[in-house]
Ligand binder design. Structure first.
Ligand SMILES: *Cc1c(COP(=O)(O)O)cnc(C)c1O
Length: 815
């Protein structure tokens, strides 16, 4: 795009405040990823969940001079404002105008699955035929589509855009701004079906995109889709593709076993090799081919282009194996080309020794000898330690291979032979035709899953964040406290997830924690609550923002800033003491603090304090007093500073109990993990963490015998006792042994008996029928809950979580 501010205002009926500035070529909506500010306007998009207006300041800090917003903020100087009623409607109006005046060839892709992959494939096939613009990532929504369309510039000849909907009536709005000449409908599945009355209603909604299309290319295997489109759009050019022979574009041969694939396109036949034969990929190939034909690409070029896609399709997995092996599993298909690719892939690993499992190559009859000669030459060049050949045909040529050779008729023979499980510290490539099912070899070579895990549900974290956000004003920012390894859950994994979901700030306790996040690619602002005084240089080097709580720290940190040569105002966060008596500036220091700060090249990014008892109803009076002191002292400091930083004081229970005092930001911690002291709130939250293990052994302990160190448990009748592989070195306090604590098995409590050992403990399972070795044991969080477990330990949930030893494998799930 390329418009003056007044042109934009005219197109969209907006009001301009401020002077006409440079031409607007880009609209940025995420203040963190503005890569150029020169011809860019920042749009503060308001949605139900979030207000983009809280990012206006950050955008202006980065150099933005034109802001599109629903509200006007006169405090920023030299900014030109485009004031609109509704930012989303604004984007759509502008995009509609822009698209309708662009006159390019356009392809619109909709459907439930496969939109993004088809868009990317089309782009790969077409970029060197036409100057092509496409939606970035999967930008396909009410906001994403307009932003994608606004990327069109006069040099473009073709645009490929995804269009996605999740609710009734959305497509009409999108079709109103974007009417593709070629409409492409991919598979319709059950995604978003829940928001519609029936599949029929979902289809009706999706196909509205094609109202003004000239050609519609769609998957005709869905008969309901087929009849709907034929009924509604009988006057348009319709092209169907799919597995059924009734489709205009379909397969002519056995796609599972034949080497090449033959596609029937109306009366023509097009033949090409494929490298992946799952149904989704094959269907996408048909759709791609139909579009390429429609754009007039010659058959030989189509074959070439589809062939060139294979690199993206190839999916090789590398798996951690038993005995320090690495397993490369490519058990999907086998031909000479894909063997070459897999051998290349092996080179990326630096294990000195390697072995190969290779099967017959199917579909070659006449020149088998020549083929296996070629294969053996290729394999011999790699210097494999052992080569395992499976299948009668390849076994016939075993003397061509120069390594240690084992031959088998089928995969089961290889497994039974056991030679393969003796391999140690090698990389093992499994390469076979699908028929041989060599993924079974993978199953026996794969390192067994960890028995003891701390499972963390990331979507539950998001749910809990959104619940807390729903209590707040949309403009209130949120800092997530990821100190102490994110309460023991893994600070990088949690931070990366939160960054993706647009958390405003992260908070850590020490500098090292912040450095680790930066090194791994976290770019969100990070506040360090207790920066150690020898680490200030590191704070600056890694763009971390320190909490400043005393004059001593202020002076030392400022010295470090000056030494570093940093030439802008360095962001800091001022902590006020309001009753916690931990860290912070006191009442009596505020005037001096104001004048000291005014003389320094520092920017007070925020002023904050911490509540000592926001979770305790009995301390409400004290908490209100803390809030009052904060209000008074922060206002006084702001007056002394002459500008208004962000203010914040609420932690998780503060958010739920003292919502009125949210100021400009809140700091969430335990609430994100689904824990609240308030049982009503707890019901709204989802539990995030569970600590699980499995039973190692079950023994029937005879009457009067003892269990464990120091013989602290003695049976009074023959008793079923299970041993589980967690102990005090995993973070289970020893004080919950001897029947203080329970674990859960088959949804029943089982008491811990005897003393807890370093790596194991014993539990009484006498009352649990059908309990077996290998059964799952819940240390917490179901039965018992994390809170119950904390009660056994006579502590709080925070301490339980942060005490779990790093040797317990953390796994992250998204349900
Ligand atoms: C840890 C911490 C929080 C978060 O507390 P929760 O009770 O877990 O919500 C907030 N602010 C500061 C300063 C903290 O240290």
């Amino acid at each position: 795009m390329n418009y003056t501010i007044h042109q934009i205002a005219k197109i969209t009926n907006a009001q301009v405040i401020g002077e006409e500035k440079l031409l607007i070529k880009n609209i940025a909506f995420d203040s963190r990823i503005i890569y150029s500010t020169k011809n860019t306007a920042f749009i503060a998009i308001n949605t139900q969940k979030n207000s983009g207006e809280k990012f206006i300041e950050a955008a202006i800090d980065r150099g933005i001079e034109v802001v599109i917003s629903e509200n006007y903020y006169p405090q920023y100087e030299n900014i030109t404002w485009i004031i609109v009623k509704n930012t989303v409607v604004f984007l759509q109006k502008l995009a509609k105008y822009h698209f309708e005046n662009a006159h390019i060839k356009s392809i619109g892709i909709t459907g439930s699955n496969g939109k993004t992959i088809l868009k990317e494939w089309l782009y790969q096939c077409l970029w060197n035929e036409f100057t092509t613009v496409k939606s970035p990532k999967s930008f396909n929504s009410q906001i994403g589509l307009p932003l994608s369309l606004l990327q069109i510039n006069p040099s473009h000849e073709l645009g490929i855009f995804e269009v996605g909907i999740s609710e009734p009536d959305e497509m009409e709005k999108l079709e109103n701004i974007f009417h593709p000449q070629i409409g492409l409908l991919t598979h319709i599945g059950t995604a978003h079906l829940a928001n519609f009355a029936s599949e029929e209603q979902l289809i009706d909604e999706k196909i509205k995109l094609f109202k003004n299309s000239e050609v519609i290319i769609y998957n005709g295997d869905n008969l309901l889709v087929d009849s709907k489109i034929k009924q509604l759009y009988s006057t348009k050019k319709l092209i169907t593709y799919g597995f059924y022979e009734s489709n205009d574009v379909h397969f002519k041969n056995d796609t599972l076993n034949d080497k090449n694939i033959v596609v029937r396109y109306f009366n023509e036949q097009i033949i090409f090799p494929v490298h992946q034969r799952d149904e989704a990929t094959l269907t996408n190939v048909l759709a791609l081919l139909a579009v390429l034909k429609e754009l007039g690409i010659r058959n030989d070029r189509i074959v070439e282009k589809i062939n060139a896609l294979k690199a993206v399709e190839m999916r090789l997995e590398a798996i951690e194996g038993i005995k320090s092996n690495i397993i490369i599993n490519d058990s999907f298909n086998l031909d000479l080309d894909s063997l070459k690719t897999a051998l290349q892939f092996l080179k990326e690993y630096n294990k000195p020794k390697k072995s190969l499992v290779l099967t017959d190559i199917l579909g070659v009859n006449s020149n088998a000898e020549q083929l296996y000669e070629e294969v053996s030459e290729l394999v011999n060049e790699q210097g494999f330690d052992s080569v395992f050949l499976i299948g009668n045909e390849i076994s016939n040529y075993s003397e061509l291979f120069k390594s240690k050779i084992f031959t088998y008729n089928n995969t089961q023979e290889l497994i039974d032979g056991k030679h393969i499980t003796e391999i140690e510290n090698q990389i093992i490539l499994l390469k076979g035709a699908r028929k041989f099912e060599i993924e079974k070899v993978k199953d026996i070579l794969e390192l067994r899953k960890h028995d003891t895990v701390l499972e963390i549900n990331l979507n539950a974290i998001l749910h809990n964040i959104n619940y807390h956000k729903s209590l707040l004003k949309p403009t209130t920012k949120m800092m997530a406290m990821v100190k102490a390894n994110a309460y023991g859950l893994g600070s990088y994994e949690i931070s990366e997830f939160l960054q993706h979901h647009h958390i405003d700030y992260l908070g850590v306790a020490f500098v090292d924690e912040g450095v680790e996040l930066r090194k791994k690619g976290i770019t969100v602002p990070i506040v360090v609550m207790n920066p150690e005084q020898h680490s200030y240089e590191t704070v600056i080097a890694y763009n971390l923002e320190p909490e400043i709580y005393s004059f001593r720290v202020l002076e030392l940190f400022y010295e470090a800033v000056q030494k570093s040569g940093y030439d802008k105002k360095y962001p800091i966060h001022i902590k006020l003491e309001t009753g916690m008596h931990r860290l912070g500036f006191k009442d009596s220091e505020l005037d001096e603090l104001g004048s000291t700060l005014a003389q320094k090249n520092l920017k007070v990014q925020s002023i904050f304090s911490h509540l000592s008892s926001s979770d305790l109803p009995s301390e409400k009076e004290f908490t209100l007093l803390q809030l009052e002191i904060f209000e008074r002292n922060s206002s006084r400091l702001i007056k002394n500073l002459g500008y208004t930083p962000i203010r914040h004081i609420l932690n998780s229970s503060g958010i739920t109990n003292y919502t009125d005092h949210q100021y400009d930001m809140v700091r969430i911690g335990i609430g994100m993990l689904g824990e609240s002291q308030n049982s009503e709130i707890n019901k709204q939250l989802r539990s995030v963490v569970s600590f699980k293990t499995v039973i190692s052994q079950i023994s029937l302990v005879g009457d009067g015998e003892s269990v464990g160190y120091s013989r602290r448990f003695k049976t009074d009748h023959p008793t079923k006792i299970a041993t589980i592989p967690v102990g005090y070195a995993d973070g289970i306090p020893r004080l919950i042994g001897n029947q203080v604590g329970n674990v859960g098995i088959h949804k029943k409590f089982a008491p811990i008996v005897g003393n807890i050992c370093m790596d194991m403990m014993m539990i009484n399972v006498d009352h649990i029928p059908d309990v077996k070795e290998g059964d799952t044991v819940t240390v917490f969080n179901a039965k018992p809950t994390l809170k119950e477990f904390a009660e056994y330990c006579k502590t709080i949930t925070y301490e339980v979580l942060t005490s779990i030893s790093p040797r317990v494998k953390r796994i992250y799930v998204k349900d």
